[in-house]
Design a protein around this ligand. Structure first.
Ligand code: DGP
Length: 117
C-alpha cells in the first residue's frame, strides 16, 4: 500500500504541507511532527512521506529503518534519550490505530507504565 492519498489522508496532507503541523525533524523518507493530543510531555509522530497504511502493509525495510532512525534522532533532539522513552506503532482496530497512515509515536518526558492499556 504505497499510493499517495493527499486528499483522503490527514498525514499525507501534513506531509504535503496542506495542513499545518509542528514539524520537529525530517529526512528523505520521513517527517516528524508533534501530536495534536499529546499523551506525554514529549509526544512526536514519525510518519513515512509516502502513504503506507500501517506496519501490517509496510513493504520497504529501508524506509522502516529511516523511520526508526528519525525516531531516535527526535528523542536525542528533545532531550529524552538519556532518561529513556517509548516508541510505539498502533496497528488496526485492536491495536488502537485511529489514523490509517503508518506512524511511530515517540513518547517521553515521564515514566511509562507497562503493560499499556
Ligand atoms: P493512533 O491512534 O496510533 O492512530 O494515533 C494517531 C495520533 O494522531 C493521535 O495521537 C492523534 C494524532 N493526530 C490526529 N490528527 C492529527 C492532526 O491533524 N495533527 C497532528 N499533529 N496529530 C494528529
Amino acid at each position: 500500500m504505497s499510493t499517495v492519498q493527499p486528499d483522503a489522508c490527514i498525514f499525507c496532507r501534513i506531509v504535503a504541507g496542506a495542513i499545518p503541523a509542528t514539524v520537529v525533524a525530517s529526512n528523505a523518507h520521513a517527517l516528524a511532527f508533534r501530536d495534536l493530543h499529546p499523551q506525554a510531555p514529549v509526544h512526536v509522530l514519525v510518519v513515512p512521506r509516502r502513504h503506507v497504511a500501517s506496519l501490517a502493509t509496510a513493504d520497504d525495510a529501508a524506509e522502516l529503518g529511516e523511520l526508526l532512525a528519525l525516531a531516535a534522532e527526535v528523542a536525542r533532539q528533545e532531550g529524552i534519550a538519556d532518561a529513556g522513552y517509548r516508541v510505539v506503532t498502533n496497528i488496526g482496530a485492536d491495536g488502537g490505530q485511529t489514523v490509517g497512515h503508518l506512524h511511530l509515536h515517540v513518547l517521553g518526558g515521564r515514566a511509562m507504565d507497562w503493560p499499556p492499556g
